[in-house]
Design a protein around this ligand. Structure first.
Ligand code: GLC
Length: 555
């Protein structure tokens, strides 16, 4: 393949910029209002030109779509809404020809309840090998009518559902940490282990370069499934807690075996963990030399727009990753989190992820949000390691906070008793061109509108409208990504903190690179003898860096 060579003599993934393709909202090739592989293929040149190294594609496998594809009914096929296996193979080959690597999403914590194994488990008896692949237990209390323990679903409500047995009477319960249609599998079961090994081999054999691992911190459950009780999650105050189903030490054995599989390939395959563990040291366990390559840095994503807090987050990540020899990665948003323009538009400290009603109650200034998102992008791309860019982030899209309730599709909406609007607002289809919806997302003669409606104001944010506009977010990302490639100091490596006034951050990278980020302080002078490579916004008349602005300098 014509993928980009390793950089500075280190493997490509240590500095990679990976673009997240949320496939159902990226580009629609067949006009049904849902993004697909044909649409993605047609936009590969855009992605290659943007200056990224790889794509991570959200689940594209057959799925009843109870959780937007994270309920997989067949791990080694393509969901018909998105295309065919032949389309996928063609896309992978075309991406490789353009120098882009491909990461897929693997979902090892749970299956769809429509997966053949779960149907077999329902039809089989308690205690059968078919049930042993999942987590079935008898209930507590008279007639087993109470759930086996106190675990709650991530989307609200109990994490247990009771099934009828063959004689029609209420029977055992099965565990689902997400929706009831996503039964958890039992990772101590050898069928389960083998199924995922075969799945990885299948996709690696088709040329896939790696996997993003869904809920990587959830696979191991404590022996005996004890109650959560008062064990807090996320842990309070950075303490390490012994939680019965999040971030258990037993998960690491699984990843050591996955790593040895990935290393058997001539061009070794790579992994990135989605592990919401809220502790840099615990996160670093996932990226020890014989485990996964990288992990998303959600602490950075959650950090408010505050110099001290950002710096603490960066230092803690770099220190923890360096201790195990892994590169840090940086991320500002994804398909589960409120888009950063909308987070940063709120007063400092606003970090709500899903409670959009709470967010809506805070005063918002979207011009401020956009300025900060621009400055954050330059900060992220200058830090040591790699970074993730979520589709639409490069267009400066904000969360769509006013989607009509009857169109909301995130299971969290119903499961929370309609108290959390959920994640649809960051999943609205991408605007590519034109003056009116579907903004080039679907072909002109499309039969169906986009699966979520796009705001009319997005006419100013289409790829077409921003291309060539030097002040646009898209051109900022393009320039920064290309500069980053050309700067030997950027990517993998270290940084040196430089003196900066209160409210600002400054660091150097060797050779000859400086980044200044002014989050909230007085304008910061640019050091003598430096040359400005790029700035996220205008400097003051006397050439200083105002608040909400970042600059890259060569020294
Ligand atoms: C991950 C995914 C999220 C999904 C959940 C259950 O957190 O990113 O979208 O709902 O796992 O699979």
């Amino acid at each position: 393949m014509a993928a980009r060579p390793d950089r500075n003599g280190t493997p490509w993934w240590r500095s990679a910029i990976i673009y997240q393709v949320y496939i159902r909202s990226f580009a629609d090739g067949d006009g049904d209002g849902i993004g697909d592989i044909a649409g993605l293929r047609s936009r590969l040149p855009y992605l290659a030109e943007l200056g990224i190294d790889a794509l991570w594609i959200n689940p594209w496998y057959p799925s009843p779509m109870k959780d937007a594809g994270y309920d997989v009914s067949d791990f080694r096929a393509i969901e018909p809404l998105f295309g065919t296996l032949a389309d996928a193979e063609a896309m992978i080959a075309e991406a490789h020809d353009l120098g882009l690597r491909i990461l897929l999403d693997i979902v090892p914590n749970h299956f769809s309840d429509q997966h053949a194994w779960f149907r077999e488990a329902l039809a089989a008896d308690p205690g059968s090998p078919e049930r042993a692949r999942f987590i079935f237990r008898d209930g507590q209390g008279p007639d087993g009518a109470e759930p086996p323990n106190d675990w709650m679903s991530n989307f609200g409500g109990l994490a247990w559902t009771r099934v009828p047995e063959a004689d029609g009477r209420p029977g055992q319960w099965y565990l689902h940490l997400f929706t009831p249609e996503q039964p958890d599998v039992d990772w101590t079961n050898s069928d389960v282990q083998e199924e995922f090994t075969q799945t990885m081999r299948f996709w690696f054999g088709l040329g896939v370069d790696g996997f993003r691992i869904d809920v990587a911190h959830g696979l191991a459950k404590a022996e005996g499934l004890p109650d959560v009780g008062s064990t807090p999650w996320p842990p309070v105050g950075g303490e390490i807690v012994d939680h019965p189903h999040w971030d258990r030490d037993e998960v690491h054995e699984i990843y050591r075996s996955w790593r040895s599989l990935a290393d058997t390939y001539d061009d070794p395959r790579v992994f990135v963990a989605e592990a919401w563990v809220h502790h840099p040291g615990r996160l670093a366990h996932y990226v020890r030399a014989d485990e996964l390559h990288t992990a998303f840095n959600f602490d950075f994503l959650l950090a408010p727009w505050d110099a001290e807090r950002m710096r603490e987050s960066i230092v803690a990540s770099l220190t923890a990753h360096e201790a195990v020899g892994a590169p840090a990665t940086w991320v500002l948003s994804n398909h589960d989190t409120v888009r950063e323009v909308s987070r940063y538009a709120r007063p400092q400290g606003a970090r709500t992820l899903r409670k959009l009603d709470d967010l809506a109650a805070l005063p918002a200034d979207f011009a401020v949000g956009r300025r900060r998102a621009r400055a954050a992008a330059l900060l992220m791309l200058a830090l040591p390691g790699g970074a993730y860019v979520y589709q639409g982030e490069e267009l400066g899209l904000a969360e769509v906070e006013d989607l009509p309730e009857d169109l909301l599709q995130d299971p969290g909406w119903e499961q929370s008793g309609r108290t959390e609007r959920g994640r649809d607002g960051c999943r609205v289809p991408i605007p590519w061109s034109g003056e009116t919806p579907p903004f080039g997302f679907s072909p002109d003669d499309a039969g169906s509108p986009p699966w979520l409606p796009q705001p009319a104001e997005w006419r100013e944010l289409t790829v077409e409208a921003q291309t060539g506009d030097e002040d646009s977010m898209l051109e900022l990302y393009r320039r920064a990504l290309h500069l980053r490639r050309a700067q030997p100091a950027l990517g993998d490596g270290r940084l040196t903190w430089l003196d900066a006034p209160d409210g600002a951050l400054a660091f150097g990278r060797d050779p000859g690179f400086v980044c200044i980020v002014n989050l909230s302080g007085d304008p910061v002078p640019v050091p003598d003898g430096t040359e400005i490579l790029i700035s996220s916004g205008p400097l003051t008349d006397d050439g200083r860096v105002p608040f909400d602005t970042s600059v890259w300098l060569t020294s």
